[in-house]
Design a protein around this ligand. Sequence first.
Ligand code: FEO
Ligand code: CA
Ligand code: CA
Ligand code: CA
Length: 650
Amino acid sequence: MTSIDRYPPMTIPDADDVGSNPTDNSPLIEIAARRYSRRAALRGLGLTGAAGLFTGLLGARSAKADGNPSTLTFEEIEQGIDDGLRLAKGYRADVLIRWGDKLNPNAPAFEAGKSTAAGQAVQFGYNNDFIGFISLPVGSNASDHGLLCVNHEYTNIELMFPGLAEDDKLDKATADQVATEMEAHGHSILEIKRTGDKWAVVEDSPYNRRVTATTLISITGPAAGSDRLKTSADTSGMSVKGMVNNCSGGITPWGTVLTCEENFNNYFGGDPSAAPDAASFKRYGVKGEPEYAWWKHEARFDLSKEPNEPNRFGWVVEIDPFDPKSPPMKRTALGRLKHEAATSVVDKSGHVVVYLGDDERFDYLYRFVSKGTYSAGDRKANLGLLDDGTLSVAKFDPDGKLHWLPLTYGEGPLTEANGFKSQADVVIETRRSADLLGATPMDRPEDVETDPVTGRVYVVLTNNSKRGYNQIDAANPRADNAAGHIVELIPAGGDGKDADHTAAEYKWDMFLVAGNPLWGTTMYGKGTSKNGWLACPDNVAFDPKGRLWIATDQGGTQKKFGIGDGLYGTDVSGDGRAVTRKFVAMPRDAETCGPCFTPDGKTLFIAVQHPGEGSVFAEPTTRWPDFDPNLPPRPAVIAIVKEDGGEIGS
Ligand code: FEO
Ligand code: CA
Ligand code: CA
Ligand code: CA
């Protein structure tokens, strides 16, 4: 018997991720349990469940007198939940920009409870998530000047305006409030500069830009022009108004932003049953049960009126931040998912590889390999690279091998016999295509990140409380997985620049199994302290030294586990491998998003998302960051620096 059986059953109230995968693609439980326990035992980690575990781990193999085997030497902060933000001693966090702050000198100032659509279109949006930093001047490695590219995933209308609550907002939201929500979604691009150790937004920069749920966006790649993308407003199927639920993303080697549409299904009301794609809608959770009142005010979000509209969402959008007038592009070659992140790397062959996760319980991990190759000197050519290539989905074997299965029209089951007439159909129904190929259902793939030093790839699985004991497999080894885990992919070819990110087969390993070590089903490195364990890893980032920083998003389990969300740092190799250390704690009811370092590793930007979520404008659970009795909590980007000017974590 393995200790997996001793894991305490828990459930997470999280309406976003109920799971809609009808297939049964799981290997056998016995093989899975064998691999997991063997590998854990090899390292002498976790799976013990004994009381006093922390003392047992501390000092067991420690390289330093204080018991910390990590190269990260900051003083860990205590676990716990607070109204405000806490961070390690010797560091400072400044608010760089908050929801409603001006993005140009003519924009209106923020007025609590009185936001308007016109104002919001030129102000910083709501619920900041992904953050990317691109140095200025272009091509430099500057760490004191650059463009900050920030996603705005969703809105909490009950915290934006007075008089609304979770249970009546769909009935009570006005047309003006809905229009404001649309402008609060999307993306912000802002020029920022550091003077001394203080960062500020350049308010009159020509680069400052908002892309929202109403910006005109071009559709490119295999699905462009498909009949399934045509609507009364767009009879060509070539352009779409806006993007929604932009969660995480990535920066390309040619300095554009990839911003990912995640839970697009939540925006559509009306009856989906008569839609030509009703079956496909089921697989994406498009049920006509919206979390927003948009469909009452804009016909395109009403499934009864525009049944093809949902097919125009769920894509990766590329934005060129250096050309503020250029239309963003929905790159359909990268598939249609509840996209979480898009992490790109130039392979040694010159092909551009993008790793993609579909964040839903029992959904999959994907990889795109461009047909063309990257040209360092030809930005215009690079801008077309994501329109043509091979999208594949991951199948994890219990013996530590990973297979990338291509989603190519005409190959295997992706033929007319199964209803596919072209590659357009394959990408519009990416999930069903991957089902047919026998991909491995994962525990909600959130961020994916490539180690700049070793070339290894880290896949963050945030949680899956619906995985049953008969559904565990080697890569998803825990039933009722309330706290998530991180899987390490090892491309063929070797470390760093020798890694072959285009290979059909990789190796993989378990990096970390999260949760409280006292549960007895976790896996951390030796030396993890009582403050260092984490739950529900979500966004991750590497610092320039190749250390992994893990942001958490526990949602409803925050109170249950007794630790607030935060950011944890860890080595990925050596004695400090998987020894996570808590660096920052978020304010009450906020999640940690978008960790992003400047190239010198001396500034860390974090997006503090949904502070006070679960409460209302009049009585928020926190008023972070201003703590002004007249202001609601405001999602904001913070800049963290070390007070002595050193590297973060050093
Ligand atoms: Fe928007 Fe999967 O987090
Ligand atoms: Ca996320
Ligand atoms: Ca990331
Ligand atoms: Ca999240």
